[in-house]
Design a protein around this ligand. Structure first.
Ligand code: ADP
Ligand code: GLC
Length: 490
């Protein structure tokens, strides 16, 4: 099975959020199952001189791609120092694509909606590679609206393989004014109402991709239901998605056990496991002294929230709303993340108000993220919506009990211990408001006080670890079905 896997970001080189993790871990898991996967991703200027294995490259293709009235020269290069089965093609185009980081407006891809050029070029580069590289792929796997148009462009490539398209977040659809059609090279007639490009008088790149691909996937079963049934989630695409329901599936992400394993993680000492939980307390004590926090290691629960993107989606406002109540219950709080200025200043104020008990870490730091997730007792994730969410799964793997809102992947990965006392792996709540959130947080604090109950929740959470093998197997089955059908139709 030869797969071309396209993503705007990939860990560790260009990760912005969970997509970056997935674009590393899923191809690796597929390779372990025997698939031959090539990742196609842009070359970014910030990569120069940074990752030794990417520095020596060979030009494997070059071409000029049309973009509106322009002809844009593009180079495809392959790194020479990656392990042999770790195939990668880097698309290098300095004007629109190879910027410093994947999304020029910084951390929040939603804010870059004025920028269709890079998505069009990258999508054209994917289709051109399939057409002229000489490689014969069995499947092309696209991710997010930045690569979606490749599904449309591939329709014009004779013998092109079938296309599977994964949507990680329907909040980012790549919606632009009608002038984007000119850039695409699509005639205005193609934008008829109800057609692939038209979207309430605008042009929607994601819709065009979903229209032309053979199978749509998203990253949890509950999120799939949500985006088909509720405008808040589907943001205008819910009717279209319903019309494709039988070609639309939810496949949960897994966690990369090489990166997130409490028995071998190089970022923490000592290591611990569900059988040997003593080590976790020492990790907590170390974290508290690193964070200059005062408190009784055993008696005071350490509550944490770690988000890469401090954006509205993640429900930071609810955490701020219950912070005083948490302090009244003698808990300690660490929030880590980078993004919106107003959240950052509120978190800073909280830190000043509760010295030694509240910490705001407003920067991106992977090793510290591991130590916080490992050292905390309780993990907060009250997202407004959450397609899958990875950090709640990492927390469970480290015996840090999650308190989550019952939405998307959070609903599919955390079992509420109030509702199911014998199976519970965390705590969850329904309505997005501070009081419901607080009821769930407060139940977790109560449970923490009863060590026997707590230990059993912790152990169950650790055993529920969701690995990538199961998900990769599901993707592979779909690849095989699509490829088989494609051959029969040819
Ligand atoms: P999203 O993609 O919506 O931002 P996910 O939960 O899917 O959310 O993925 C977030 C990823 O970012 C996880 O790998 C998590 O460990 C990582 N992460 C979160 N916060 C930080 C941080 N402050 N520094 C480094 N990595 C972080
Ligand atoms: C998006 C979603 C997140 C998901 C990630 C990987 O960033 O916001 O919930 O885990 O993609 O699929």
């Amino acid at each position: 099975m030869k797969v071309l896997y396209a993503s705007m970001e990939t860990a560790p080189y260009s990760k912005v959020g969970g997509l970056g993790d997935v674009a590393k871990a899923l191809p690796e898991a597929l390779r372990r199952l025997g698939a031959e996967v090539t990742i196609i991703t842009p070359w970014y200027s910030s990569l120069a001189g940074k990752f030794p294995e990417l520095q020596r490259t060979q030009v494997v293709h070059s071409a000029s791609l049309p973009l509106g009235d322009e002809q844009v020269p593009v180079i495809w290069k392959a790194p020479l120092d990656l392990p042999p089965d770790n195939r990668m093609v880097l698309v290098d185009e300095p004007r629109y694509l190879s910027r410093e980081r994947p999304y020029s407006a910084g951390l929040d891809p939603a804010r870059c909606s004025q920028e269709p050029h890079s998505s069009i070029l990258f999508s054209k580069a994917i289709a051109e590679w399939v057409r002229n590289s000489g490689e014969r792929y069995d499947i092309v796997h696209l991710n997010e609206h930045q690569t979606a148009l490749a599904a449309a462009f591939l329709k014009a490539v004779p013998g092109a393989p079938p296309v599977l398209m994964t949507v990680h977040n329907f909040n980012h659809q790549g919606v632009y004014g009608p002038e984007a059609l000119g850039l695409l090279g699509v005639s205005p007639e193609a934008s008829y109402a109800g057609g692939p490009y038209e979207f309430f008088g605008q042009v929607n790149f994601l819709k065009a991709g979903l229209w032309h691909c053979d199978l749509i996937t998203t990253v949890s079963k509950t999120y799939r239901q949500e985006v088909m049934s509720d405008h808040q989630f589907g943001l205008g695409l819910e009717g279209f998605l319903r019309s494709r329901a039988e070609r639309f599936v939810g496949i949960l992400n897994g966690i990369d056990q090489r990166e997130w394993d409490s028995t071998s993680d190089p970022n923490i000492t000592p290591h611990f496991s569900a059988q040997k939980l003593m080590g976790k307390r020492l990790v907590k004590a170390r974290l508290m002294s690193e964070m200059k926090m005062a408190g009784d290691v055993q008696g005071a629960p350490l509550v944490a929230s770690v988000v890469l993107r401090l954006v509205e989606q993640k429900g930071i406002d609810l955490i701020l709303a219950v912070a005083d109540r948490l302090m009244e219950r003698d808990a300690m709080l660490i929030v880590m993340g980078e993004g919106r200025g107003d959240y950052s200043s509120s978190l800073n104020r909280l830190q000043t108000r509760y010295p030694g008990r509240c910490r705001a870490i407003l920067r991106y730091e992977e090793p510290l993220a591991h130590r916080i997730i490992a050292g905390a007792d309780i993990f907060l994730m009250p997202s407004r919506f959450e397609p899958c969410g990875l950090t709640q799964m990492y927390s469970m793997a480290y015996g840090t009990v999650p308190v989550v809102r019952r939405t998307g992947g959070l609903a599919d990965t955390v079992i509420d211990a109030r509702e199911f006392p014998r199976e519970g792996t965390g705590f969850s709540f329904g309505k997005f408001n501070a009081d419901e959130f607080w009821t769930a947080v407060s139940a977790s604090l109560d449970a923490y006080k009863t060590p026997k109950i707590w230990r059993s929740i912790v152990r169950r959470a650790m055993h529920r670890t969701l690995n990538w093998e199961t998900s990769a197997r599901e993707y592979l089955d779909f690849y095989e079905t699509l490829a088989r059908r494609h051959k029969l139709a040819a």
